[in-house]
Ligand binder design. Structure first.
Ligand SMILES: NC(=O)c1ccc[n+]([C@@H]2O[C@H](COP(=O)([O-])OP(=O)(O)OC[C@H]3O[C@@H](n4cnc5c(N)ncnc54)[C@H](O)[C@@H]3O)[C@@H](O)[C@H]2O)c1
Length: 249
């Protein structure tokens, strides 16, 4: 098993790519801390993992709350004595119809730029003490290019995640901590997607992807698995697109 004896915290793991990654990690031997704001769905993911013979528990976490992070890290360390992996995945859609809306800018920066920073801030001291750790920050193709249907706050926040990943990789490599970013392309719509869920718009965008299809959540989970595992032991500071060739055009 590729994550045997490892303890992993995943954010936004009640749904989509986070839930798929949580299930895959548990199947590969990790103890999984499923965190999310969505309590019922998050607990259901942990129950599914346990029913399949894996080890998981759900903890409520708002990624933008420093207090929540302190609680989740302390409960995880008390229960399991270690944190080997953090997957910073939580998020809300950036396809807001009002492209000059300030609230959307603030929300995007708060959840992505600040939330990912707070997650790293919370786990890095534990990883430093252990002399090992792997952090995967979920960014997006939107960290590289603008898109007509995406609020610029989403692009900016995902760009912040992309480069903050490199800062952390450089600053903590000597502590045995690896930090990488994964950049999904056109995937199943997010729970609160607006413009990006429109079927006609999706058809047009998918037709422009070299692979001519949307990605599957497991395809991102496999990328997360590789980067989280010791198989990637000399890989840090990279950005890995999982996008069917979107960024190669
Ligand atoms: N779906 C796509 O097309 C796509 C493409 C590129 C990147 N991404 C990124 O992938 C990640 C996962 O997206 P998904 O498609 O699985 O979305 P999703 O909507 O299915 O899941 C996101 C989860 O994050 C949770 N969440 C939202 N705000 C939170 C907060 N403040 N604290 C904790 N949890 C919170 C939600 O409750 C939800 O369970 C996100 O970072 C997203 O930006 C998605």
């Amino acid at each position: 098993m590729r994550l045997k004896d490892k303890v992993a915290i995943l954010t936004g793991a009640a749904s989509g790519m986070g839930a798929a990654t949580a299930k895959m990690f548990a199947a590969e031997g990790a103890t999984v801390i499923v965190t999310d704001l969505a309590v019922d769905d998050g607990a259901a993911v942990a129950d599914d993992i346990a029913a399949a013979g894996g080890e998981a528990r759900f903890l409520k976490l708002d990624v933008a709350s420093e207090t929540d992070w302190a609680r989740v890290v302390s409960e995880t360390v008390s229960a399991y004595g270690r944190i080997d992996i953090l997957i910073n995945n939580a998020g809300i859609s950036g396809s807001h119809p009002d492209q000059l809306n300030t609230t959307t800018w603030d929300e995007q920066m708060n959840i992505y730029a600040k939330g990912v920073f707070l997650g790293m801030q919370a786990v890095i001291p534990v990883m430093q003490q252990a002399g090992r750790g792997s952090i995967v920050n979920i960014s997006s193709i939107s960290a590289f290019v603008g898109q007509a249907y995406v609020h610029m706050g989403y692009n900016a926040a995902k760009g912040a995640v992309r480069v903050a990943t490199k800062s952390a990789a450089v600053q903590f490599a000597a502590d045995g901590i690896r930090v990488n970013s994964v950049h999904p392309g056109i995937m199943p719509p997010m729970r609160n997607a607006m413009m990006s869920a429109d079927p006609e718009g999706r058809r047009t965008r998918i037709a422009a992807v070299p692979a001519r299809r949307a990605g599957r959540v497991e395809e991102v989970a496999y990328a997360n698995l590789f980067l989280a595992s010791d198989e990637a032991s000399y890989i840090t500071g990279i950005e890995l697109p999982v996008d069917g060739g979107y960024l190669a055009v």
